[in-house]
Design a protein around this ligand. Structure first.
Ligand code: SF4
Length: 427
């Protein structure tokens, strides 16, 4: 270590120290502990303190590629390298995690060992993309670390104008409300599109996030370009015995105040004092009643997913939060998964050819219009694509020919039937 280098204990961090005084564990305390064995972590805290003081970010970003990969390493160079030479290069390596973030203790130990050997020992589980982030390598140790990680069966994640590492909620593995195998589809998308993940070829980044139901535990609408969200067709499953028990235990007032009046489409009602009735035509599958009465109510048996495109907050044009392009897609078999993959390829082809540099797919849709986008990817416009159809006076529901949506005709909502009946009687 040169004379110019400062020992970790000689770096004062009064601003950061304030973060250790609250009641919650602080990353500052953790990093201070780590700095006893990894001196570069002390210097990292020193630079962060300086950033807090000056309100300025002293990192510069650039590209560093492992052989055969066009992304996966976020290269960081310090602008204060004279003062903090041990963090002159302080790169982050992105690693694809297991779907649903289900680790064995053995695999976690393996990651920790590799990172203690080659990096600064700092791991972030998980970054915004869903990747495992391993921090603190230089221009040499990055390659050593990547090689050892790959030999152990791990692979680099995405960065730049590429497919980013797909992420999902834990789905069927733990959750009875999940409407499809979220982890299976995430693995399928990762394997099928591994080339697009490792070699950037898009106008900008593209993210999948997969949630098994409308609770959207993967936060897919806010965090991805293509949210895939579980839903069901047909009637919700109701166990009236469990409904009766729930009402007895919590009281009818509780059910009225916390379930019936909270339904966004007023599709759920009490039937007598022990039963519940759901108007399935008007239920928008929001999951609220199921969350509250999860033993009594369950998603229907015909399950699949709603496919949306162009989500994410916040893009350059604001929060787009995505447009729904397929109301219901079964995702049970490998063939179903392949159909989803084929749709993805059509989107990439159209966006790849017509998108501008640094234009996310949501911004692209906003620029060219949803109608042009649908035509470009070969999908027909549907009434379900209209935001707030119930409050839009230009939308009217009609029965469609069978086969338009997975072989079943659309039904007119029963409220419309009732209104027509009342109108006809008045006539
Ligand atoms: Fe209403 Fe949502 Fe329950 Fe459907 S799932 S009945 S929309 S609360």
């Amino acid at each position: 270590m040169s004379d110019a280098k400062k020992k970790p204990e000689s770096i004062k961090t009064p601003l950061l120290d304030e973060l250790t005084t609250g009641q919650w564990p602080s990353f500052v305390s953790d990093l201070k502990n780590l700095s006893h064995t990894k001196p570069q972590v002390g210097q990292l805290l020193g630079q962060l303190e300086q950033s807090y003081e000056d309100r300025w970010n002293y990192w510069q970003g650039t590209v560093l590629n492992v052989d055969g990969y066009g992304g996966g390493v976020i290269a960081r160079y310090s602008e204060l390298s004279e003062r903090f030479p041990d963090i002159a290069q302080f790169h982050t390596v992105r690693i694809i995690p297991p779907p649903g973030w289900v680790y064995s203790t053995k695999s976690l130990r393996q990651l920790c060992d590799i990172w203690e050997k080659h990096g600064a020992g700092i791991m972030q589980l998980h970054g915004m993309t869903g990747d495992i982030l391993l921090l603190g390598t230089d221009n040499v140790t990055t390659f050593d670390a990547a090689e050892e990680l790959m030999e152990a069966g791990w692979d680099l994640g995405g960065s730049g104008g590429a497919l980013r590492t797909p992420a999902c909620c834990v789905g069927d593995a733990y959750c009875e409300s999940s409407c499809f195998d979220t982890m299976g589809i995430t693995k399928y998308l990762t394997d099928r599109f591994i080339s697009q993940l490792h070699r950037p070829e898009f106008p900008y980044k593209y993210k999948f996030k997969v949630s098994g139901c409308a609770n959207d535990c993967a936060c897919s609408i806010q965090r991805s370009d293509m949210p895939i969200i579980g839903t069901w067709k047909g009637p919700m499953q109701i166990d009236q015995k469990e409904v009766g028990k729930f009402i007895k235990e919590h009281g009818a007032d509780y059910v009225v105040n916390n379930v019936i009046t909270r339904c966004p489409t007023q599709a759920i009602t009490l039937k007598g004092s022990k039963e519940i009735k759901v108007d399935n035509d008007n239920c928008v599958r929001c999951m609220h009643c199921i969350n509250v009465m999860h033993k009594a109510l369950r998603p229907g048996k015909q399950r699949g997913a709603t496919i949306l495109v162009g989500g994410k907050r916040t893009l350059k044009i604001g929060d787009t939060m995505s447009s729904m392009i397929v109301p219901f897609m079964p995702l049970e078999t490998e063939e179903d998964w392949e159909k989803l993959g084929d749709l993805v390829e059509k989107i990439w082809e159209f966006w790849g050819e017509n998108g501008m540099e640094h234009e996310r797919v949501g911004e692209f849709i906003e620029r060219v219009g949803l109608a042009t986008f649908l035509e470009g990817i070969g999908l027909k416009p549907l009434p379900e694509m209209v935001i707030h159809p119930r409050t839009n006076p230009y939308i009217k529901f009609e029965e469609l020919a069978p086969g338009r949506m997975g072989g079943e005709p659309h039904k007119r909502p029963s409220v419309v039937d009732k209104e027509i009946e009342t109108f006809e009687k008045a006539e």
